[in-house]
Design a protein around this ligand. Structure first.
Ligand SMILES: Nc1ncnc2c1ncn2[C@@H]1O[C@H](COP(=O)(O)OP(=O)(O)O)[C@@H](O)[C@H]1O
Ligand SMILES: O=c1ccn([C@@H]2O[C@H](COP(=O)(O)OP(=O)(O)O)[C@@H](O)[C@H]2O)c(=O)[nH]1
Length: 242
């Protein structure tokens, strides 16, 4: 088990969303084991201060249904491939977490007997209370959704205190900062501001779901050392949407 510390967390249970692309690291495609190890270290520091951690991992480093569809594939088949990609990422993440001595469960929205457990909310909550990391794979289990929506859905189901979206940018900006260098960062936004201003950092289904259930969202850059710990201990980091 990771070492415990005296830091008092502000959040008791969080749902962390990692984008698939975050796992690519220097590799360009697939999974960079160095990135997984670094993430396992960050997640371990949360477990060490008593925070319960649910994880939703994307699949964009491997397959995205919309991109496969644009290349001519049937959309539902493409989305099934995207969901399977999230299971592969989940298995890789479990491997890295367990190598760091962090007990980890992987649950899939799509039954995959012999490889991972089938998603069971009550069991997931029990495992979280026991201090295990629970990785929720295969998104929502349905095509035409994203893992951002899956993160909000699972976060609401497990009664997380917040959904933390780790991504490549350090918050929500007035425009995509990769496309508009003059874009300005927000510290705080309401759900309706994100929807009205069409801020594209998260899909609208996810934002609506979070709004309807009062689930706070925080968008932050996972590559900033200590970012996760700062968030759960109540320091300002990234953008808060609530
Ligand atoms: N208003 C915005 N503020 C911040 N990022 C934005 C905004 N609009 C679009 N983005 C883009 O959204 C991306 C984050 O979403 P994410 O789901 O992690 O990536 P992807 O959609 O590539 O998987 C950022 O890398 C950024 O380029
Ligand atoms: O509930 C879901 C979640 C994901 N996906 C598919 O899985 C892919 C990978 O997820 P996502 O694009 O959200 O990954 P990320 O951008 O976070 O890496 C998506 O493009 C979809 O094709 C899906 O069909 N239903």
């Amino acid at each position: 088990m990771p070492k415990s510390s005296n830091t008092q967390p502000r959040y008791k249970r969080v749902l962390l969303k990692l984008s698939g692309e975050a796992l690519v690291g220097d590799h360009g495609f697939g999974i960079d084991p160095k990135v997984l190890d670094r993430m396992a270290l960050d997640i371990g520091s949360l477990i060490g201060i008593g925070v319960q951690v649910g994880l939703v991992i994307g699949g964009g480093n491997l397959f995205r249904g919309a991109a496969l569809n644009a290349a001519g594939m049937d959309r539902v088949t493409g989305d099934h491939m995207g969901m399977l990609a999230t299971v592969m990422n989940g298995l890789a993440m479990r491997d890295a977490l367990e190598r760091s001595n962090i007990r980890t469960r992987v649950m899939s929205a799509i039954p995959m007997s012999g490889i991972v457990e089938h998603y069971d909310r009550r069991r997931a909550v029990r495992d979280l209370k026991d201090g295990d990391v629970v990785i929720f794979c295969a998104g929502t289990g349905n095509p035409f959704f994203t893992t951002d929506s899956a993160a909000c859905l699972r976060g609401i189901e497990i009664e997380a205190d917040a959904v933390l979206k780790a991504t490549k940018v350090d918050g929500v900006y007035s425009a995509d900062p990769y496309k508009d260098p003059t874009a300005e960062k927000y510290e705080h936004l309401t759900y309706d501001e994100v929807l009205d201003k069409k801020l594209g950092v998260m899909d609208l289904t996810a934002i609506c779901l979070a709004r309807d259930h009062g689930m706070p969202l925080r968008v932050f850059d996972m590559n900033r050392p200590g970012a996760l710990t700062r968030i759960v201990t109540g320091e300002s980091e990234g953008t808060l949407i609530e």
